[in-house]
Design a protein around this ligand. Sequence first.
Ligand SMILES: [Zn+2]
Length: 286
Amino acid sequence: MPELPEVEALAGYLRERAVGRRVERLEVAAINALKTYDPPPSAVSGRTVIGAGRHGKFLDVLFDGDLHLVVHLARAGWLHYREAFGSTTPLRPGKGPIAVRVRLDDGSGFDLTEAGTQKKLAAYLVTDPAVVPGVAKLGPDALAADLATFAERIRSRRGQVKGVLTDQAVLAGVGNAYSDEILHTAKLSPFAITDRLSDDQVAALHAATRQVLGDAVARSAGQRAAELKGEKRSGLRVHARTGLPCPVCGDTVREVSFADSSLQYCPTCQTGGKPLADRRLSRLVR
Ligand SMILES: [Zn+2]
């Protein structure tokens, strides 16, 4: 899933490549992906791309005349920039992984795609990004928050720190992968309870958040959209590395599985050497 650093890099790539270009046409192939109907997709034709940015994990493409294409890429969504499209034939609804295509006046453009059968990618054509429900409820940006703001937000919700850190209403931008990395860097158990964290632990979590996200943004800046996923994977120390050695201490990275996700952590670095209970596994072997 694209998180803050990847969405930031996609926005940066669009700023570099698409800003100043006029839109020929916006095509919607996955009808359910476009969550708004007014203004219609045809309203984008003829407008110029004047900016690209993000709100948490939402990408925001800005056209002249205050029109925004706001996109949540969800778990399997991505943006593919095309130097050229093979055909000028409009996309046929319901065919293939392409949800939305934006054609620009130099023949290039970009596709918003979604792999798999679970279709969660959501696009909104709006005059104000704040009307997008997911954007309206976002907390402060995880990378921009100063220590006081960060501490107030983390302690605003009592719960396991992994869940609180990935709650977009608490802080915006962190998902499953970077939360594993941040907790590893901060040497905190993913199951530590937020209101029992000491001031030092919250400060370590804040520093780790800035370091992990900042490093990832720096690494992915200037990367083409196609190269970003590999760049993300190469920078990870525990996430998606179950069974491999922790690069800090050499202990074996472990995993806790949930119904539709999993987390990875290093016992030596994060939990005093003790493996965390994996509820799914313990249920199986009971
Ligand atoms: Zn370790």
